[in-house]
Design a protein around this ligand. Structure first.
Ligand SMILES: [Mg+2]
Ligand SMILES: [Zn+2]
Length: 176
């Protein structure tokens, strides 16, 4: 029996970035959950999806952020989401330098494919949710359905669906 999954991009889907108070997330104090995200993760977890975070963190490879600090941030993120009633099965990170040519950095589908093998996932019944083109491309290459989180002014990158927030996307998925 294969599992259906949701792959979540991190920055701009789960937490704030490129706002006045957050330029980069280098410690848990800089990690601000976007509105409705905790509720959305709970909804999706209860709907029977296995949830994963797949995130490019090239700052590690570039030396701006250590693996230990990144782990601290993700422990905080996962802990908060679990306290709110959701469950994240694994946080998969590409920590290679942006131009290293690795097979995991989105838009490559390596992180999704790795998770698919480890967790017996049905990728055709799974969704990649992100706020940028590399997320949508990685999801498409992996054979997933794709959801773009964007406001009305963003290009759509040929995503299958577009919603303004993760909460709106989760309510849609619940109705599927
Ligand atoms: Mg993002
Ligand atoms: Zn990589």
């Amino acid at each position: 029996m294969l599992n259906k999954a949701i792959f979540l991009d991190r920055d701009g889907v789960i937490n704030e970035v490129k706002t006045k108070r957050v330029k980069f997330v280098n410690k848990p104090e800089q990690f601000y959950f976007l509105e409705g995200v905790k509720e959305a993760v709970k909804i999706l977890s209860e709907a029977g999806y296995k949830l994963f975070v797949v995130t490019n963190q090239g700052g590690v490879g570039l030396g701006y952020l250590s693996h230990e600090h990144l782990q601290t941030i993700h422990d905080y993120m996962v802990g908060e989401l679990e306290t709110a009633g959701g469950r994240i099965y694994e946080v998969s990170c590409c920590t290679h330098k942006p131009h290293a040519g690795c097979s995991c950095r989105k838009p490559e589908p390596g992180m999704i494919m790795g998770l698919s093998e480890r967790y017996n996932l049905d990728l055709t019944a799974s969704y990649m949710i992100g706020d940028r083109e590399p997320d949508i491309e990685a999801g498409r290459k992996a054979g997933c359905k794709t959801i773009l989180i964007a406001d009305g002014s963003s290009p759509l990158y040929q995503a299958d669906y577009v919603f303004p927030t993760l909460l709106a996307a989760s309510q849609f998925l619940l109705s599927q």
